[in-house]
Design a protein. Structure first.
Length: 245
C-alpha cells in the first residue's frame, strides 16, 4: 500500500474469496475493495435471487466496489457514506441486481463503519499475551430472516444507501478487524473466529477464516449461526454453503 497521511492509522489488509462450488467458474457473487493507502475497505454480497429472472448477480456488486475503489484514489479520507452514495449513483442503470454492503474507513484512530444488510465487521483486540476478544461488532439488517437490506438496480425495487447503519469506534494499533459477507457469518460463531485469530499476516488470517467458513458451510450436521437463527419450520441443520469472503 502507499503511505497514509501523517499520523494516520492504516489498515494492513488481506483478503480471500472462496466461491460457492456451483459459482466457482464465474468467481462467485461477492466483491470487495481495499484502498491503496490503507484508509478504506469494503465488501459487497450479490443477491443470488436475481439469477431466477435471468440477471447475473455478480455484476452490480463488482461495479459498486470498483467505483468505491476509484473514489478512494481521489480522496483517501472520504467517509463511507459519501463514497457509497457516489459509487451507487455512478453504477449504470443497465447493471441490474442488488447487494449488501459493509464499508469501513480510518481517520486517525477513528473507525467509521457503514453497514447495509447481513455482511458485517468484528473489531477484535488482544490485551497483553491473552487471546483476542470482540470489542465491537455490527448488527445485521434484515427485512425478515434470510432477506437482508440491499441496494441495487432498479433503484425503486431496492433499499437506498440512506438506510445504512453508521457507527464510529476508536481503534488501537494492532486491533484485528474482520470484515466479511454472510458466507462467513452464517457459518461461524464469534468464538469460532476468535479461535483462529493470531498476530499473523492479514492475508493468512483471511484465508484461514474463509476456508473455515467454507468447510463449515459444507457440513450437514454442525450447529451454525444460520441453523440456530432459522425459523423452526425450516428444520435447519448444518452450515449454509455460500461464497465466503
Amino acid at each position: 500500500f502507499g503511505a497514509p497521511p501523517t499520523s494516520q492509522l492504516a489498515f494492513q489488509s488481506g483478503a480471500c474469496m472462496i466461491p460457492h462450488p456451483e459459482k466457482a467458474k464465474k468467481g462467485g457473487e461477492d466483491s470487495y475493495f481495499l484502498s491503496k493507502c490503507g484508509t478504506a475497505a469494503g465488501v459487497a454480497d450479490g443477491v443470488s435471487g436475481w439469477s431466477e429472472v435471468g440477471i447475473e448477480p455478480s455484476r452490480f456488486p463488482r461495479q459498486l466496489m470498483a467505483n468505491c475503489f476509484h473514489l478512494t484514489l481521489e480522496n483517501p479520507l472520504s467517509t463511507p457514506a459519501s463514497i457509497l452514495q457516489t459509487a451507487y449513483d455512478d453504477v449504470h442503470p443497465s447493471f441490474l441486481g442488488s447487494s449488501t454492503v459493509t464499508m469501513a474507513s480510518l481517520d486517525a484512530s477513528k473507525l467509521t463503519v457503514l453497514n447495509i444488510g447481513d455482511s458485517g465487521i468484528l473489531v477484535c483486540r488482544q490485551s497483553g499475551t491473552s487471546a483476542f476478544s470482540v470489542v465491537w461488532q455490527t448488527k445485521s439488517q434484515q427485512h425478515y430472516f434470510n432477506c437482508p437490506y440491499q441496494i441495487g438496480n432498479p433503484k425503486d425495487q431496492c433499499d437506498q444507501p440512506n438506510v445504512a447503519d453508521i457507527n464510529h469506534f476508536d481503534v488501537l494499533p494492532n486491533d484485528l478487524i474482520v470484515m466479511a459477507t454472510d458466507g462467513v457469518w452464517d457459518n461461524l460463531f464469534n468464538d469460532d473466529i476468535l479461535s483462529v485469530l493470531s498476530p499473523s499476516e492479514p492475508e493468512i488470517l483471511a484465508q484461514t477464516i474463509a476456508k473455515f467458513a467454507h468447510q463449515r458451510g459444507a457440513s450437514d450436521t454442525c450447529m451454525s449461526p444460520f441453523a440456530k437463527e432459522a425459523p423452526a419450520k425450516w428444520n435447519c441443520t448444518g452450515g449454509k454453503m455460500d461464497d465466503a469472503t
